[in-house]
Design a protein around this ligand. Structure first.
Ligand SMILES: [Zn+2]
Length: 490
């Protein structure tokens, strides 16, 4: 077996170097590259993505993985081999030509999405999105397993192993009802809140705050970087290179919570350290497991009363002015106002999951052929009216606001809501061992980070069901999230 592993290393090294190259190219594309370079740049990225994918078609690579599949392996090696087998089967069915073609279509659609958003006009990107959705249906048709009842089930399982529409519906259905029904109670409770006026602050001040916040939550800047982008993201570029991006709006809260979110992702990346990397399981954590940690830092920590003092102090240093006389209570209120709104990434913690459920229902129907791309803006606007009670005035703040679908990400959106559910379940596990509020009040996150490192990040290469069971001793349970919201907002 040792010889097989040694021989395999050449392929894995090749795969890894290509992934790192793609990450760097993508980071540059999303932060600094000139707009007119996008078309060529997307072709370069597609080129390397195809080369990476073609490794799964290499006969020697397939022979080595087959040989390993027959061995009795320990975890995480067995999980790694299972993933590789999956990748090989997928590529055998897709073929590299088709894979390249799909990527080119995605590049085109991403480019047109930017143009459409600028022009507030969905019709600019409609045809390109239709092609991506058709490609996605083709992918699901090719790769769907017999136990996946719908085309969309295939995508759910890609992001969250073991997940399907039936299971999601059982969680999202009652959650939607809970959120919609109790929204008036929550709004009523906040009716008399006096929120300090939110004044605009220049970019350099917000950047100052962003760096201080990252430092406070334990992000290691010597292995990281902060850059400006339109649509914030974070990336595991390489072993000691875990980057964060944000955008700077007039309203300082937008960047603050983007930074906490992306910083949360990056803290998980940094916690994997060299062990996950050397075992080739860095990046095995599911999308929902990753969103668990980003949403945890953004909301459970970032929007808590206990952490308000620490964040207010950082705002005083970065912004001065109106923050000098602001009380902790005022600050807490200004970051916890519940207000049905248009933009998912700026949504309050309470209504956020409704934004996700809307996207889940729409992408599910698109892929299952129950909704046409032509009708997408109308369906989008209708659901915003029905669930959140608001009218969508234009496409850029409606169906064009998120890049996901235009980038070919179908099945990703539910991860954010699942992340909220996992996160609050993990919170109650942490509280069994750690004085959570005390740590936040002292602005000392070390006990919390230590707990996460030991009980969560160290084992987040397991499949989601196994992982949440190991971290909390229980299956995924939405009731933790509901009680968390009830305690905080009712
Ligand atoms: Zn995220």
């Amino acid at each position: 077996m040792a010889n097989t592993l040694k021989a395999l290393e050449t392929f894995l090294e090749h795969h890894r170097r290509l992934s790192q190259l793609i990450s760097v190219l993508n980071f540059d594309l999303e932060t600094k590259a000139p707009l007119k370079s996008f078309e060529e740049r997307n072709k370069i990225i597609s080129f390397y993505a195809s080369e990476r994918a073609s490794i799964s078609e290499n006969e020697e690579f397939i022979r080595l993985i087959d040989a390993l599949s027959k061995e009795k392996l320990n975890e995480p090696l067995s999980l790694f081999v299972k993933d590789q087998r999956n990748g090989i089967e997928h590529m055998a069915k897709i073929g590299s030509d088709r894979f390249f073609h799909w990527n080119v279509n995605i590049g085109k659609s991403t480019e047109l999405w930017m143009k459409a958003k600028k022009e507030y006009d969905f019709s600019v990107v409609k045809e390109a999105l239709r092609r991506v959705i058709e490609d996605k249906k083709e992918e699901a048709n090719l790769l769907r397993k017999p136990d996946q009842k719908t085309l969309y089930d295939y995508f759910l399982n890609e992001y969250e192993k073991g997940m399907n529409e039936e299971k999601i519906d059982a969680v999202f259905g009652p959650l939607k009802e809970f959120l919609v029904q109790n929204l008036p109670t929550v709004l009523k409770k906040q009716e008399n809140w006096k929120i300090p006026q939110i004044l605009p602050h220049p970019k350099h001040e917000q950047e100052h705050l962003a760096l201080d916040v990252l430092d406070l939550i334990g992000y290691d800047m010597e292995r990281g970087a902060l850059a400006e982008t339109e649509h914030p993201f974070s990336d595991y570029v390489a072993r000691d290179d875990h980057r964060v991006t944000t955008h700077y709006r007039e309203d300082w809260r937008s960047s603050l919570f983007s930074v906490l979110h992306e910083g949360g992702h990056a803290i998980q990346f940094q916690a994997w350290g060299h062990t996950h990397y050397d075992n080739y399981v860095d990046g095995r954590a599911s999308a929902a497991m990753c969103e668990t940690h980003s949403r945890f830092f953004e909301n459970v920590i970032g929007r808590s009363r206990a952490f308000s003092k620490a964040l207010l102090n950082l705002c005083k240093t970065a912004f001065n002015s109106e923050f000098v006389a602001m009380t902790e209570d005022d600050f807490y209120k200004s970051i916890n106002v519940v207000k049905p709104s248009l933009i998912r990434t700026d949504a309050d913690e309470y209504t956020y999951c409704l934004h996700i459920i809307i996207r889940y229902e729409l992408e599910r129907d698109l892929i299952n052929g129950k909704l046409e791309v032509d009708d997408l803006p109308k369906a989008w606007n209708q659901k915003y009216h029905d669930y959140l009670g608001i009218a969508v005035p234009a496409d850029d703040v409606g169906v064009l606001q998120d890049i996901h679908w235009y980038e070919g990400l179908i099945g990703y959106f539910p991860s954010y809501a699942l992340g909220n559910i996992y996160g609050t379940q993990i919170l109650s596990a942490i509280k069994r061992d750690v004085d959570f509020e005390g740590a936040l009040e002292r602005a000392d996150l070390k006990p919390i980070l230590d707990w996460l490192n030991r009980n969560d990040f160290a084992i987040d290469y397991f499949d989601p069901d196994d992982w949440i069971m190991k971290v909390t001793g229980q299956k995924m349970d939405v009731s933790y999230f509901k009680s968390y919201l009830r305690d905080k907002y009712f």
